[in-house]
Design a protein around this ligand. Structure first.
Ligand code: NAD
Length: 497
């Protein structure tokens, strides 16, 4: 059985504990991909020592040079795309079409980051005093601690890591324990592209040990976390106490609204992809379907037929539409929510069980509940599985109110042919992202990604905005007048010469 290691201080090394865990294929639990380190605080300690040296060197590398490394990373990822996608499907389960997309997002993020190395704009503005310049510019922060979820094993680490690196920070990367292999491949690629070894550290292991040790370590001034709202709360409390810079991207309960005037065939494709793509394990997955009353019954009929026809199976086999859930805990959580839905009086239209045939993996049938009451637990809580709750509404106002009445605020979608309703939705829906005539999923690397309310803490991944998070703005004044000029005293705006 292949043993994988941490990457600390420029070397692939065993964890201090000497212990390892099995990484299993969720489509076939008997298939062990490899054994990965169960690291602890001591490994994090060593990673911080090394990253401190890496940072001292990397922060002085000109930003365009840092960007050049990311360009090579993009080139290598492009060449290895198919192989990485295959490895990712084996450890995470989603079908190859989706893991190829996951790698492609990493490639797009690499090229975008590479070009930012030649910008990283500050501002030069006129000073209020003569013969004096005033400017703002960006500096790196230090060591960035990156804690990642399982559902986008390549894309999400790259969203964090590439801008962190271009801004001149060193990185300590902790992948989710269910997807350590893809994380290892990513670090290999960075090293092959010429990243100085001490600039990147990879520490595998459990969140409660490795993640918590990173959050608690005074030598890591910045934490970027993506995961559940519950874990994010724990991370946030510690970071608040230690005054750390913190980005949180957390849970969602996203809705697709279908109005009476919508193109129903288009809305149907959106609902199927949004609800059951990635087996419902996307932060932007469509968990609620809000249907206007006239099309409600007709649309449900169309949806039921297509949901029943979705093919469950191994994501590496041709023809598979829906892969497994990530692990047994996730299966149990989905089952618990099916029970909750039934006990709350919602009607189970289809699904609701583990399929009899695929008992070797963590499979669950695409599940649809109808007559779901707004405010019920099924309608309010994040399930993170292939469970869609359908809510009937009378008009756009009620649809907007139902969409907004949850504690999360990541993405939303509306299908309508009425331009006024579409623009009202863009104004009224309380989410970080709203799609018109498209499903709740589909982020692009050059736009900011993130949510409001308990989905996030005001930062964004992607787009230009993330570069603000990974750099500190500093201001420089240069006075070449040769005299003491006192701001606000010797001159002020509006005084003629
Ligand atoms: P999770 O919260 O269980 O784990 C996320 C990461 O945190 C893992 O690496 C884990 O090891 C680590 N961790 C666990 N306990 C920790 C602790 N005490 N201290 C520090 N780190 C700790 O989440 P998950 O199951 O991997 O991912 C699913 C969740 O992520 C869902 O809630 C989903 O909505 C969310 N998510 C959000 C976004 C977004 O951008 N908003 C994107 C993807 C996933």
């Amino acid at each position: 059985m292949k043993k994988f290691n941490n990457f600390i201080a420029g070397k692939w090394v065993a964890p201090e504990s000497g212990e390892y865990f099995d990484n299993r294929n969720p489509a076939d639990r008997g298939d062990v991909i490899g054994r990965f380190p169960l690291s602890d605080k001591r490994d994090v300690e060593r990673a911080v020592e090394s990253a401190t040296r890496g940072f001292a060197r990397w922060r002085r590398t000109p930003a365009p040079g840092r960007g050049d490394v990311l360009r090579v990373v993009g080139d290598i990822m492009t060449k290895r795309k198919e192989e990485i996608a295959d490895a990712m499907t084996r450890e995470m389960g989603k079908p190859l079409t989706e893991t190829r997309g996951d790698v492609q997002e990493g490639i797009d993020t690499a090229y975008y980051a590479s070009s930012e190395g030649r910008r990283l704009f500050g501002k030069t503005v006129p000073s209020e005093l003569r013969n004096k310049w005033a400017m703002s510019y960006r500096r790196p922060i230090g060591i960035a601690g990156l804690i990642c979820p399982f559902n986008f094993p390549m894309a999400i680490p790259t969203w964090k890591m590439f801008p962190a690196l271009v801004c001149g920070n060193a990185v300590i990367f902790k992948p989710a324990e269910d997807v350590p292999h893809t994380g290892t491949l990513l670090v290999e690629i960075l090293l092959d592209a010429g990243l100085p070894p001490e600039v990147i550290q990879l520490v595998h292991g459990r969140g409660e040990q490795v993640g918590a040790a990173m959050v608690d370590h005074p030598g890591i001034p910045l934490i970027s976390f993506t995961g559940s709202t519950e874990t994010g709360r724990i991370v946030g409390e510690t970071c608040g106490r230690l005054h750390k810079r913190l980005s949180l991207e957390m849970g969602g309960k996203n809705a697709q609204i279908v109005m009476d005037d919508a193109d129903l065939d288009l809305a149907l494709e959106g609902a199927l992809w949004g609800a059951f793509g990635t087996t419902g394990q996307r932060c932007t997955a469509t968990s609620r379907l809000i249907l206007q009353k006239k099309i409600h019954d007709k649309f449900l009929g169309m949806l039921e037929d297509r949901a029943r026809a979705l093919k469950l199976g191994d994501g590496r086999k041709k023809g598979t539409d829906v892969g497994p859930l990530i692990n047994e805990d996730a299966l149990r959580k989905v089952e618990a929510y099916v029970d909750i839905g039934v006990s709350e009086g919602a009607k189970l239209l289809t699904g609701g069980e583990r399929p009899k045939k695929l008992s070797g993996g963590n499979f669950f049938e695409p599940t649809i509940f109808t007559d779901v009451k707004a405010g019920s637990r099924l309608e309010q809580e994040e399930i993170f599985g292939p469970v869609l709750s359908v809510i009937r509404v009378k008009d756009a106002d009620e649809a907007f109110a139902v969409n907004n009445d949850v504690k999360y605020g990541l993405s939303s979608s509306i299908y309508t042919r009425d331009v006024n309703t579409a623009f009202r939705a863009l104004n009224e829906l309380d989410n970080g992202i709203t799609y018109v005539n498209a499903p709740t999923i589909g982020a692009e690397a050059h736009l900011p990604f993130g949510g409001v309310k308990q989905t996030g803490n005001g930062h964004r991944e992607g787009g230009w905005e993330v570069y603000e998070f990974y750099s500190e703005t500093k201001v420089g004044y240069a006075d070449f007048s040769g005299t003491l000029q006192r701001a606000q005293i010797d001159t002020y705006l509006g005084t003629p010469d």
